[in-house]
Ligand binder design. Structure first.
Ligand code: AMP
Length: 145
């Protein structure tokens, strides 16, 4: 899907927001939902999405909503750091299929990194064990400040 197009209400993240698909939820407030990525590029890979948005990517989001999204990203990233003590954290966001985007509801990746562990390839990793994801979500959620 190119940068042009219309929001598809049947995308996976819209289904998660409506409660039609399960997710290992980490954090939720009025503006954002954070949950574990099921094909993680590292242990603790977490996604943050705006809740009341039909923006497919960053370019489409209302500028006044971006601050709330990034506030959520920082809050969750701090909790990831506190819970998992990574050496670094990669924060990424893809716009359009040509850039690597596969789900067309705006989202930000929080990917904890360790010096000893190579980064998994985006969209090419195996599916995580749901039990392990739930445990990780709980560990991170417990550190939300
Ligand atoms: P992107 O490729 O930037 O659009 O990112 C979409 C991300 O969503 C990828 O990292 C996928 O692994 C992840 N993903 C796909 N389906 C699900 C799902 N049902 N629950 C959680 N994460 C998902």
């Amino acid at each position: 899907m190119s940068l042009d197009g219309t929001y598809d209400e049947a995308n996976i993240f819209a289904k998660i927001l409506r409660g039609e698909m399960p997710a290992a939820k980490v954090f939720e407030d009025d503006d954002v939902l954070a949950f574990m990525d099921v094909f993680p590029q590292s242990r603790g890979h977490t996604l943050v999405i705006p809740k009341r948005s039909t923006a497919r990517n960053l370019l489409e989001e209302h500028p006044e909503r971006l601050a709330a999204l990034m506030k959520g990203v920082q809050r969750v990233a701090r909790a990831v750091r506190a819970a998992l003590t990574p050496d670094g954290i990669t924060i990424t966001q893809f716009n359009g299929a040509a850039a690597g985007q596969t789900v067309f509801h705006l989202h930000v990746h929080i990917i904890p990194r360790w010096e000893t562990a190579p980064l998994g390839r985006h969209g090419e990793g195996g599916m995580a064990d749901p039990v392990e994801l739930k445990a990780l979500a709980g560990q991170i959620a417990a550190k939300i400040a």
